[in-house]
Design a protein around this ligand. Structure first.
Ligand code: C2E
Ligand code: MG
Ligand code: MG
Ligand code: MG
Length: 278
């Protein structure tokens, strides 16, 4: 509680608020050139199938190698990119990288994996996304089933246009769809049955310390049951230690993602890791 109060106090009375605003504005204009000057990086974090032990996929996570500020995590710039509408360029860049990587891996004869790209609320509202995606897949001749799009529950709910229609349009191209951060939004379980999705990613807040809290375990078990009952692949996000993994496995989760398995890595490190982890 103390820490929370302190944070609130800092937010309200922070004398650096103006400086922060200036920083944000300048980041925004920097973002304009970031893509042209090739400052974005795509990191990949592997996902393991708990039934077979195989690495079946990876999530693509954006990083910004800023010439002055160094490595910036998505939390530092994605919100501004969303507010300014620039997110579409980031999404396109990430999709392009992912599709490119998939094509390269296939040409090299590597075992197929799927790559998941995060898309934001604005992307869902953007009716041109399905066509842009289709063009990319066709250009690189990539099997659409190897590309996954992750949307958050909150993103879907706050979308102005009919999100289900857009998801169906994307699904029609054969890409995989996932609900990200599941359990943190306001949507009802009933909503889930109408979504044409393949995977449910259970938010890390349900996984963290799950081994010490029977009620959290009960929630996890129920969510896995609902997801699997609807025919979805259920992934546990953010598994950090063996104790959490034991409960995740005990609850019959399908897939594992988290620091315990591996942190997000650049493509070179990822391929090296994959070659040794199988
Ligand atoms: P997310 O999609 O839920 O991604 C998972 C986040 O959890 C990533 O943070 C990942 O590095 C982190 N993570 C994975 N395993 C663990 C773990 O065991 N412990 C802990 N503490 N964290 C773990 P990251 O890369 O900082 O991304 C944060 C969020 O930013 C993402 O959450 C996603 O919502 C957003 N994001 C990232 N890349 C993109 C992008 O290209 N486009 C959009 N629109 N959003 C993105
Ligand atoms: Mg995600
Ligand atoms: Mg998530
Ligand atoms: Mg998240």
């Amino acid at each position: 509680f103390e820490a929370k109060r302190l944070r609130q106090a800092v937010t309200v009375y922070n004398p650096g608020a103006e400086a922060a605003r200036t920083l944000h504005l300048s980041l925004l204009s920097d973002l304009h050139t970031a893509i042209q000057q090739d400052q974005l990086r795509q990191f990949l974090q592997p996902k393991r199938c708990l039934k077979t032990g195989r690495i079946v996929g990876a999530e693509a996570l954006v990083r910004w190698q800023h010439p002055q500020r160094g490595w910036l995590p998505p939390a530092d710039f994605i919100p501004f990119a969303e507010r300014s509408g620039r997110i579409r360029q980031i999404t396109d860049w990430m999709l392009n990288r992912a599709v490119h990587t998939l094509a390269d891996r296939e040409a090299a004869g590597l075992a197929p994996i799927y790559i998941a790209v995060n898309i934001s609320t604005l992307d869902i509202q953007d009716q041109t996304l399905p066509a842009r995606l289709a063009a990319m897949l066709a250009e690189y001749r990539v099997d659409p089933g190897q590309l996954q799009l992750e949307v958050t529950e909150t993103g879907l709910m706050s979308s102005g246009t009919d999100p289900i229609a857009v998801l169906h349009a994307l699904k029609a191209w054969g890409v995989r769809l996932a609900i990200d951060d599941f359990g943190t939004g306001q949507s009802s379980l009933a909503y889930l049955q109408h979504l044409p999705v393949d995977e449910l990613k259970i938010d890390r807040s349900f996984i963290q310390d799950v081994h010490t809290d029977p009620r959290r375990e009960a929630l996890l078990r129920s969510i896995v049951g609902v997801g699997q009952g609807l025919g979805l692949t259920v992934t546990a996000e953010g598994v950090e230690n063996e104790a959490e993994l034991a409960v995740v496995q005990g609850c019959s989760c399908d897939q594992l993602q988290g620091y315990l398995l591996a942190k997000p890595m650049d493509l070179t490190a990822f391929e090296g890791w994959l070659a040794s982890a199988g």
